[in-house]
Ligand binder design. Sequence first.
Ligand SMILES: Cc1ncc(COP(=O)(O)O)c(C=O)c1O
Length: 391
Amino acid sequence: MENTAHYSFDAVIDRRGTGSLKWHYDDDTIPLWVADMDFRAAPPILAAMDAIVQRGILGYTLPTEALYAAIMDWHSSRYGLALEHGDILFSPGVVPSLALMLHIFTQAGDAVLVNDPVYTPFMSKVMQNKRTLVLSALVEADGKYRLDLDDMEAKIIKHNIKLYFLCNPQNPGGRVWTADELGAVLDLCKKYDVAIVSDEIHQDLTLRGHTFTPFLTLAQGYEHKVVSLTSMTKTFNIAGIKGSLIFAKDAALIEKIDAQQHLNDEYELNMFAYAAMHSAYRGGGEWLTQLLAYIEDNIEFTLQFLADKLPKIKVMRPEASYLIWLDCSAYSDDDQQLYDALRAAKVELSAGYKYGSEGHSKMRINVACPRMLLEAGLARMVVAFEGLGDG
Ligand SMILES: Cc1ncc(COP(=O)(O)O)c(C=O)c1O
């Protein structure tokens, strides 16, 4: 049941000493890095977790029809993505699913195309699984990234690419690819028989003025080569619960993925993940609306702050999510120096070079935290950049 409660995102909750990946310090460093928000999870999700604990039964659990219905309703009502029960598989995470897809669409040694910059596991999973990584740089124009379709085509031909990993919305650049852009990608991949795996984990964090298009809504006639991956964990800040979804609209493809998952018995989630997913998709909509308003405010605040205090940083305004891509090259072209200067000022951002060679001299900031923390973190950035001299 949806509700009209007012949610507050201002509370600062001490996460140190809890095993939090983000808050791994024993001092008062402010973490503005990994994509994990410092907000309490949505009350409907917490209530669902609580109900399980109160009941005290933690036995083997299957996904219910009610859960499938919640997944289908969320995606059809928000994005016009019509899913059937048979189009849906569960997976412990989107990154595990990316690795799985390498085994669905490629053999060892095959070439996989990925844009640069991109979320690091897109590259590392390809290499760790002994596929050949081929990068196509995104091109910056008018303050946002574009796909370089000519470059992608040349590389598809040259390397005999079998699979393209698409990130939509894009991390770290924040683009929500338009239906036209995605249509062009589809045409290109069709032309050379390249499979497409679309990581859509940031879909629900699309910001005002932009429209998220699930790749599967465009893939008619090419469904045997398209898979999308998504999750409730990023949207609702429950990454520690682990759980994600695999969608495909071709029965033979779904059967192949299902069989591959069964090889290692990795096709099911734990009962808390099923319950979290169900309660999120049924009861989390209002929390998400209010969360996005808070994030939009934090983004505006950050852009204004940086324009005033660190005007040499070139900022890429995100179209989705709470991650902002910062070109810090005016302050230093030494990646380690940038990162270290921030750490010395007791604020941590994600080092851009980890997202590919396009990330050189860039940093990614996560602004999904209570405003008070964000203000303090930004103030420390000023100290760090002043220390670099050219600020
Ligand atoms: C684009 C993208 N894909 C996947 C993930 C992580 O997914 P999971 O935790 O389900 O493996 C992230 C986390 O930041 C991400 O940004």
